[in-house]
Design a protein around this ligand. Structure first.
Ligand code: AMP
Ligand code: FES
Ligand code: ZN
Ligand code: ZN
Length: 310
């Protein structure tokens, strides 16, 4: 196995590209793919301040590292979601990453600052944990960007994530979601711009990027995500990818190029007028925003103790 670029021994193959790479050329390919995504979708402009939402996992830490490598002024933001030891450990990985490199990391603890955590919210709302978790994360990313003056929030969503979400949205023809499933959402109405700089890289590549650059990350997945539909969609797409490499890329980028604009008029939120939430000031179509409603429902519930994982 020889590197596509220099013909020295390769350390990794990327079947989607029908190519092998040595360490240095693999890292360069990752940087190039991120730079290409940023340029292609006009994600970031020079001089903008970027807040990277970091979970302590491979994707978001690789995203932060890559944005700094590309010269962006990128700081981190981690939320303690209160999902037992998993949250403590993953937050620690984010902290260590920032400390070792002298980077700024903002921190928010859901229980300390808002009086609840994800397991409690899941119980109070009787919905899957990922729903309260996703709502809280989106709200807190926006709030942190506003509070600390960042233009853009970057997340670590990769090609596998986006292809799996697309698969789910297509299975149910959720045309509103399809209209919004873009690698960049414009900043408007008091919301920061949202960008996904890793959409051109797969999960296996972000993991390899971390290993080859010495980034320590939490390998374990969120214990509450068990049974999450997206894990099933990922597994299904992996089967397809194995048989015909490049399928995930073609599925997702074909959608962006040829289909996504057709769903733009189905996006419900764009038709609604927003005003400031009477409790927290966040932009919302109603008096009280969805996050503040979640806070209200979840407070006063006893903390839920998670079973130890084996
Ligand atoms: P997930 O919703 O777990 O698939 O995560 C999607 C993205 O959200 C990750 O790539 C991170 O950028 C961000 N993220 C997830 N968990 C956290 C967290 N606890 N704190 C800050 N950002 C997070
Ligand atoms: Fe956080 Fe599912 S509980 S992603
Ligand atoms: Zn090489
Ligand atoms: Zn609110």
């Amino acid at each position: 196995m020889k590197c596509r670029v220099c013909r020295e021994p390769a350390v990794i193959d990327v079947r989607r590209q029908n190519a092998n790479y040595c360490r240095d050329h693999f890292l360069r390919m990752c940087r190039d793919q991120v730079a290409k995504a940023i340029a292609e979708f006009d994600m970031l402009r020079p001089g903008e301040r970027v807040l990277v939402a970091v979970s302590g996992g491979k994707d978001s830490l690789a995203c932060w590292h890559l944005l700094r490598e590309l010269g962006y002024e990128a700081d981190g933001f981690v939320i303690g979601l209160g999902i037992g030891e998993y949250s403590d450990e993953s937050t620690q990985y984010a902290r260590d990453f920032a400390e070792q490199r002298g980077l700024t990391l903002h921190y928010c603890n859901l229980r300390e600052e808002h009086g609840f955590d994800v397991p409690t919210a899941a119980k109070a709302t009787r919905r899957v944990p990922c729903s309260a978790c996703g709502l809280s994360k989106r709200h807190l990313f926006d709030a942190a960007a506003r509070e600390h003056g960042y233009d853009v929030v970057a997340t670590g969503h990769n090609l596998d994530d986006e292809a799996a979400v697309l698969f789910g949205n297509v299975l149910r023809w959720q045309t509103d979601y399809l209209g919004r499933q873009l690698p960049v959402l414009p900043g408007e109405n008091g919301f920061p711009r949202k960008v996904k700089p890793l959409v051109r890289l797969g999960e296996r590549e972000t993991a390899a990027y971390c290993v080859l650059t010495g980034i320590d990350y939490i390998v374990e997945e969120c214990p509450m995500a068990e049974g999450n539909k997206h894990l099933g969609y990922k597994a299904a797409l992996n089967e397809i990818e194995l048989e015909s490499p490049g399928s995930k890329h073609d599925f997702y980028f074909g959608f962006l190029k040829r289909a996504s604009a057709r769903f733009a008029s189905d996006v419900e939120s764009q038709h609604r007028e927003l005003s400031a939430c009477t409790r927290c000031g966040a932009p919302t179509p109603e008096d009280v925003c969805a996050f503040c409603k979640l806070v209200e429902r979840s407070r006063g519930h006893e903390p839920v103790t998670l079973r130890a994982r084996r």
